[in-house]
Design a protein around this ligand. Structure first.
Ligand code: TNX
Length: 532
């Protein structure tokens, strides 16, 4: 029950005091190494954040830190140039720092202040995020005592992903920025952006304007009645996308766009019926589930998709480009004489082999442009396209088979890493899929399948949580589904196995919930109900 939950969280806090710690280290995800020592120092409005002159990246991290402190602790810290005089928070890049080359950092708090060092920009940013958490314990506003501590940290996985579905429901650019802010605070680094589906095409493509003139809008039953809008939808202009990509990059997040194919193509076919198999123009879909409309396999359609990828690649610097591949029901291919003739011409034995060929065309096109293809695990059917990195969602089997064949993989199995499930069986639980998925189960997710030996396990790039938004008409629904689950997921993706500890995590959670409240994030308190 929620009451018991609160009690347990309170007991967890008490336990720490009982162990004699003067202050709590409420950092999520848990750093690789934490050593507490001595007295620490008091941060107040007079404490500057100090960066080297000319290090624009360090200054940026410092400014993100300062604005978070202002927002969540009502403490205004000034960003200044080195050298520091007196106690300060120092963010410093140092090529010889005793940390990992990529994304690692050290953070040392003494009576003289706090020093974050890192070799690369991302590491410095993550150090700054940890500094923020150290300065925002659960209670209080303004001045704060930071415990003396030495932290050495680096991520376990290099792909710490989160997928946002902007197709089923449309999220404004401000809402997407909120998601990016939270990812950054959790040290997640890949935003997989699901931009096209049966229910909407959300990315402006200059060469094919109908995709957004028609494909971005659907007309649900009851539209235009009782004050309901005439149509539902929206899309991101290329300028908006560039701004989002830059905003994410400033926070060390790569945006991996997904253009779903050959299935989930109904909005595209609604825009340009000649891209489909039947020649008929369907409406943009207004219901969920798996739809029959998929892309044709002729030269015209392949050219269209390559043109789309040209514009996508120009917008998204990501090495990885996601081409979907999921849930492509092949009935229309089966029923089409032209597609069957194409299969014979290419000597493909069945529709799965056709899909594999189709995906490989895209993989080669991307490779010719220096990019890499990612696809859902269905791309394994009909023979794995040589160029594919595989994202395993139907359990973990896809990842296991692909890694054994030497392909890189990302683990994002349903339901373990799916966020569209109910949080609890509480009566006031909002919309979502059954069964309820507990916070503890997300926390316990292990991304490296035990079926892989050490050399195969090297192909596991990391893990990703997916937020499909059929059941989430508003950002409040999204926030309820995402938080505090993102804390559990971040720890599973970042922290070494040795420091993961469910009860320790619960003890660190109240401070994080306070950070959410300060940022007006509608986290799910029902998340605990099913856990404790
Ligand atoms: C399957 S997971 C899908 C999505 C749905 C999701 C939840 C995956 C690759 N495809 O299109 O949104 O189930 O209903």
């Amino acid at each position: 029950s929620p009451t018991r939950t609160t009690l347990c969280l309170a007991l967890a806090s008490l336990a720490t005091f009982a162990h004699g710690a003067s202050a709590r280290i409420d950092v999520i995800p848990m750093p690789a190494q934490v050593t507490e020592s001595g007295e620490g120092f008091a941060v107040g409005a007079q404490t500057p954040i100090v960066v080297d002159a000319g290090d624009a990246q360090a200054r940026h991290s410092a400014e993100v830190l300062a604005s978070l402190m202002a927002r969540t602790r009502h403490l205004d810290l000034k960003v200044q140039q080195a050298p520091a005089t007196g106690a300060a928070i120092v963010l410093k890049r140092d090529a010889a720092a005793p940390v990992a080359d990529v994304e690692g950092y050290a953070l040392d708090v003494t009576t003289k202040g706090m020093v974050v060092t890192a070799r690369d920009e991302a590491g410095l940013f993550y150090g700054a995020m940890t500094a923020w958490q150290l300065m925002t314990p659960a209670q209080g506003e303004g001045d704060v005592r930071v415990p003396a501590v030495h932290i050495r940290d680096e991520p376990r996985f290099r792909w710490r992903g989160f997928m946002l579905d902007s197709a089923r429901h449309f999220w404004t650019t401000d809402e997407v920025r909120t998601v990016i802010d939270q990812m950054a605070q959790h040290k997640l680094n890949v935003l997989h952006w699901h931009l096209t589906d049966d229910q909407g095409w959300r990315i402006e493509i200059k060469k094919y304007p109908e995709l957004t003139r028609i494909g971005a809008w659907r007309t649900p039953p009851g539209a235009g009645q009782n004050g309901e809008p005439q149509r539902y939808g929206g899309f991101y202009t290329q300028d908006e996308i560039r701004a989002i990509v830059a905003y994410a990059a400033d926070r060390h997040i790569t945006v991996v766009p997904e253009i779903d194919m050959p299935g989930h193509a109904q909005a595209a076919v609604a825009s340009y019926p000649e891209l489909g198999v039947t020649g008929k123009r369907p409406p943009v879909s207004v219901d969920w589930g798996v739809n029959p409309y998929l892309y044709n396999v002729d030269d015209h359609t392949i050219r269209f998709l390559e043109d789309v990828l040209d514009e996508v690649m120009a917008l998204f610097p990501s090495t990885y480009i996601h081409v979907g591949g999921d849930e492509a029901v092949k009935d229309q291919w089966q029923a089409s004489a032209a597609v069957q003739a194409r299969m014979r011409e290419l000597k493909l034995k069945d529709e799965n082999a056709m899909q594999s060929w189709f995906i490989e065309q895209m993989g080669q096109y991307l490779a010719a442009h220096g990019r890499r293809l990612v696809g859902w695990d269905e791309v394994l059917e009909g023979g794995v396209p040589p160029s594919a990195t595989v994202m395993s969602w139907r359990g973990t089997q896809g990842a296991i088979s692909a890694a054994k064949l030497g392909h890189d993989v990302v683990l994002s199995p349903a339901p373990q890493l799916y966020l569209d499930h109910l949080q609890s069986d509480r009566e006031d639980e909002t919309t979502g899929r059954m069964p309820p998925m507990t916070l503890e189960s997300y926390y316990g997710f292990e991304a490296v399948p035990k079926e892989l030996d050490a050399s195969q396990a090297k192909h596991v790039l990391g893990m990703q949580a997916n937020l499909w938004t059929e059941h989430m008409p508003t950002m409040r629904h999204v926030e309820h589904a995402m938080f505090p689950r993102m804390d559990a997921l971040a720890e599973a993706a970042w922290s070494p196995v040795a420091v993961r500890d469910w009860h320790g995590f619960l003890g660190r959670l109240p401070a994080q919930l306070a950070r959410y409240r300060a940022q007006d994030i509608g986290y799910a308190d029902s998340a605990f109900a099913a856990n404790i």
